[in-house]
Write a new protein. Structure first.
Length: 88
């Protein structure tokens, strides 16, 4: 899809930290992105760049880090903290 088509595409509200991994439906965890980008994103943990799309990236990072202590549901997200970074 071209950059031009992305700009013409309707936007959807996306949870930066996916609900499937415990992400809340809070304003600090939401952003508007093109529909096709939202649909292919899936339940992946956000990258550091994704965190910066939040209106409150520090709150989002802190909440993800807190939740990561208990582990996430999807095996690909196991042992990951904020930004999808490995939890030591």
């Amino acid at each position: 899809m071209s950059e031009r088509e992305l700009f013409d595409e309707p936007l959807e509200t996306d949870e930066i930290w996916p609900q499937a991994e415990g992400g809340p439906k809070e304003p600090w965890n939401q952003r508007d992105i093109p529909r096709s980008q939202n649909r292919k994103k899936g339940a992946e943990m956000p990258t550091v760049d994704d965190l910066l799309d939040s209106p409150d990236p520090l709150k989002l990072a802190a909440e993800i880090d807190k939740a990561s202590l208990g582990g996430f549901k999807n095996p690909r997200n196991k042992n990951k903290g904020f930004g999808g970074l490995p939890r030591l």
